[in-house]
Ligand binder design. Structure first.
Ligand code: CP
Ligand code: NVA
Length: 307
């Protein structure tokens, strides 16, 4: 049987997306009521990270522990990988010790190399191109707030980056209308947008891209942003800080969205840059629930891949 991986949202069937969201809701309720649920006893999750992480690392480790299994953080810099052992050989060996592996790396092609050689499920913990666990947790948060997803307007302000790509794919799979306002030259990848437009059409959603935050935010149900400078882009800081200046979520932008709109940010945030402190801490912010829901959706993902 072919090993099941989670590399992008696009690769997950629509029915599986819904099943994961439903399962995550139930796991959250169960966790809140203090119930124990240990289907992964005796299993070990490896976390191999080439970039920093607070949420992904800690929520996956907690998720695995809560499901009765164990987790092992592996700093890529400490492996023989750094002395020239190949990804494929490392993946083959780790597959003999572990039951699943979360990988956070740079190029998405590197993640695909891990997945191609591993005989255990590989989970994308963020690449330069995608951040699927984030987007699935975000769908959970949005559905929790609004009751359903179809027909909602999600407006993403800023960089057409990994988080934006996975959100586009997630919105398409669930019939959410996604509007992105990005500066020239920082639009999302046209191949990802093109593939998701086909899905969006089937699901009754749409994908719009413009350069005007205020127009994109009009009557939005969700205002979402991410950092202007992603991990690995530090050298472009100067240009990016200049180009992204008009692309901030703040009280002014929020005033053109629906009064019931929520504010989202995958975190870490840079207060005063892509989002104002008012917007982050205001009563419309769903940001802390959003961070929490990473835990619940990832428990559903682990059950789905390992159960
Ligand atoms: N949102 C997110 O993935 O955060 P970390 O980089 O802290 O894991
Ligand atoms: N776009 C950001 C997301 C961090 C969770 C980055 O890649 O650094």
């Amino acid at each position: 049987m072919k090993t099941k991986h989670l590399l992008t949202v696009h690769e997950i069937a629509v029915s599986d997306v819904t099943a994961l969201l439903d399962r995550a809701d139930r796991l959250k309720a169960q966790h809140r009521s203090g119930g124990l649920h240990r289907p992964l006893a005796g299993k070990t999750l490896g976390l191999l990270f080439e970039k920093a992480s607070t949420r992904t690392r800690v929520s996956f480790e907690a998720a695995m522990n809560q499901l009765g299994g164990g987790s092992l953080f592996i700093s890529a810099g400490d492996l023989q990988l750094k002395r020239g052992e190949s990804i494929a050989d490392t993946a083959r060996v780790l597959s003999r010790y572990l039951d699943a592996l979360v990988v956070r790396t740079f190029g998405h092609d590197l993640l695909e190399e891990w997945a191609a050689a591993a005989t255990i499920p590989v989970i994308n913990g963020l690449t330069d191109l995608h951040h699927p666990c984030q987007a699935l947790g975000d769908l959970m948060t949005i559905r929790e707030r609004f009751g359903s997803l179809k027909g909602l307007k999600l407006t993403y302000i800023g960089d057409g980056n990994n988080v934006a790509h996975s959100l586009i794919e997630a919105a398409a799979k669930t019939g959410v209308e996604i509007h992105l306002a990005c500066p020239k030259g920082f639009e999302p990848d046209p191949l990802i947008v093109g593939a998701s437009r086909i899905v969006a059409k089937q699901m009754g959603g749409k994908i719009e891209i413009s350069r005007e935050p205020a127009k994109a935010a009009e009557d939005a149900d969700v205002l979402y942003t991410d950092v202007w400078i992603s991990m690995g882009q530090e050298k472009q800081a100067k240009t990016r800080l200049k180009k992204f200046k008009p692309y901030q979520i703040n009280g002014r932008l929020l005033s053109v969205a629906k009064p019931s709109a929520i504010v989202m940010h995958c975190l870490p945030a840079h207060r005063g840059l892509e989002i104002s402190s008012d917007a982050m801490d205001g009563k419309q912010s769903a940001i802390w629930d959003q961070a929490e829901n990473r835990l619940h959706i990832q428990k559903a993902i682990l059950e789905w891949l390992l159960g």
